[in-house]
Design a protein around this ligand. Structure first.
Ligand SMILES: [Zn+2]
Length: 498
């Protein structure tokens, strides 16, 4: 293995290889889910050129990959790794877990206008490729501003549709929504259908953080499918989860609903991350926006999560509370957990000196592993991270290696080839990306060389920024961006809808 490492280190010193690269002797898992085979792969000019038993040509730079797995780079269909990406273009959290493409503009929020952001990303590219949805909440914000706590008028919906036309023309993959958050939470299904129809006309898709992942979960799934049916476009359930005690174990009901929708002509798919805990805002625990209702707070801390397992990620009004659970803060303050939760929201909701609003986030356990296991086995479920470069949740550094470790090596739920398909070609298909996600001649050379015996996450809620093990080399468009450390190469491209 030392020889391989040295060869790889040498490669890293030429971040833009003018020469073709011959990766020799890896077990090639091509992303299709089909049989794997030991083969040589030649890449040149940013694409895969040849696969098979290849001999070394005089111009080749050779990587000895015997004993390792070569897979397509992972495509993260629900990512927040664009936050801070302009400053940290090496994108350590993403590339160190094998991610080569991040799909952003999620949960209803996107850069606006996308044409400008895409131009910036082309002037100063990152290590990873980027693609984006158009955030419904962002459109709402542009048109309605602070006056968003209501239905949009027909004229406002028309204005949003006009903006969306421009964003789709710029190359967005489709429309995203975040219906548990402001301002999307105040929209009607009709408003979403009107906008999804615009995305559909452009050949785009709809992806959604649905209206409820707990109390009103079934109605939220019905709404997702209704939008797909009425607007006539593929729909993707973002970070699928059954996130409340009373819906735990009902995963087969969910899969039944999704399968029936597919059979009736709505191409519904989902992405999922491999954790029983989420990261969001404290306010997301109050879908009725009754932040000072003690009964609602008690319900949130018994049915949706628990005081022990809800840990503040950051809390700008009092940064000493970051990393503490609601139970710990409750003990410090001598207030019951529900009151503590309401107080924290009130403190974060106060006007910030100098303007703006305070940042706060919480990481909270709401799911159970058997439900996640069952969703992994649904053939239309791809893996996403929902992670960020500097997030409080370990998914920003560990999601993909953790999925492999748990689903393949430890729990034997999926084969290696099928697990790779969930992270690559299926992910690409579920968001409408072509020419990536498989190892085949003509495909872009987004590749990851893995030591699957060592492939594992190390990031935890207490230490969320620890890199994974087992990811040896990552190529983006044929250029090495990671080989145990970031290389400082920025070959990432903007991926526009085709
Ligand atoms: Zn979300």
């Amino acid at each position: 293995m030392n020889l391989i490492c040295c060869a790889l280190l040498a490669m890293a010193q030429t971040p833009t290889p003018a020469r073709p690269v011959l990766i020799r002797g890896a077990l090639v898992v091509d992303g299709s889910g089909g049989p794997s085979r030991v083969a040589d792969v030649r890449i040149a000019g940013g694409t895969v050129r040849q696969i098979g038993r290849l001999s070394v040509s005089s111009g080749d730079s050779v990587v000895d990959a015997r004993g390792l797995v070569l897979a397509p780079g992972f495509i993260d269909t629900h990512s927040h790794h664009d936050r801070g990406l302009a400053k940290e273009r090496t994108a350590l959290g993403a590339v160190s877990q094998g991610i080569t493409t991040i799909v952003v503009g999620q949960d209803g929020w996107s850069n606006f206008p996308l044409a400008d952001w895409f131009a910036q990303m082309e002037q100063r590219p990152a290590a990873v490729n980027v693609a984006s949805y158009v955030g419904h909440g962002r459109l709402r914000d542009v048109i309605m501003g602070d006056d968003f706590k209501r239905q949009a008028t027909p004229a406002e919906v028309r204005h949003m549709a006009a903006l969306l036309e421009g964003e789709m023309a710029a190359g967005a993959l489709g429309l995203s929504s975040g219906l548990e958050y402001d301002p999307g939470i105040y929209s009607t299904t009709d408003e979403l259908v009107a906008l999804a129809r615009v995305a559909a006309r452009h050949g785009g898709r709809y992806i959604s953080h649905v209206r409820s992942e707990d109390r009103h979960f079934w109605a939220a799934i019905d709404e997702l499918i209704a939008i797909g049916r009425r607007a006539g476009l593929p729909v993707q359930l973002s970070h699928a989860k059954l996130a409340m005690r009373s819906v735990w174990g009902r995963v087969d009901s969910l899969i039944g609903i999704l399968n029936r929708a597919r059979a009736s002509g709505v191409p519904v798919t989902l992405d999922i991350y491999p954790y029983t805990y989420w990261q969001s805002t404290l306010t997301v625990l109050f879908p009725e926006r009754n932040f000072q209702d003690t009964a609602a707070a008690r319900f949130a801390l018994t049915e949706v999560t628990t005081p022990d397992s809800a840990i503040l990620g950051d809390f700008e009004p009092d940064t000493t509370l970051a990393g503490k659970s609601i139970a710990e803060i409750s003990a410090l303050r001598h207030t019951e957990p529900a009151v503590t939760l309401m107080d924290l929201i009130a403190e974060a909701g106060k006007p910030k000196p100098g303007g703006g609003s305070y940042d706060e986030s919480v990481v909270a356990v709401s799911m159970v592993q058997p439900d996640i296991d069952r969703l992994w086995r649904w053939p239309f479920a791809n893996v996403s991270s929902d992670g960020a470069l500097n997030g409080a949740h370990p998914r920003g550094f560990g999601a993909f290696p953790r999925f492999y470790r748990m689903a393949v090596r430890e729990r034997h739920l999926l084969s290696l080839a099928e697990a790779v398909r969930r992270m690559t070609s299926l992910a690409a298909a579920n968001v409408g990306i072509t020419n990536r996600g498989r190892i085949a001649p003509g495909m872009f050379a987004d590749l990851v060389l893995l030591d699957t015996a060592a492939l594992a996450d190390r990031a935890t809620p207490r230490e969320p920024h620890v890199t994974a093990t087992g990811v040896r080399v990552v190529w983006v468009n044929g250029v090495v961006v990671y080989n145990g450390a970031v290389t400082g190469a920025f070959p990432g491209r903007v991926i526009r809808r085709r």
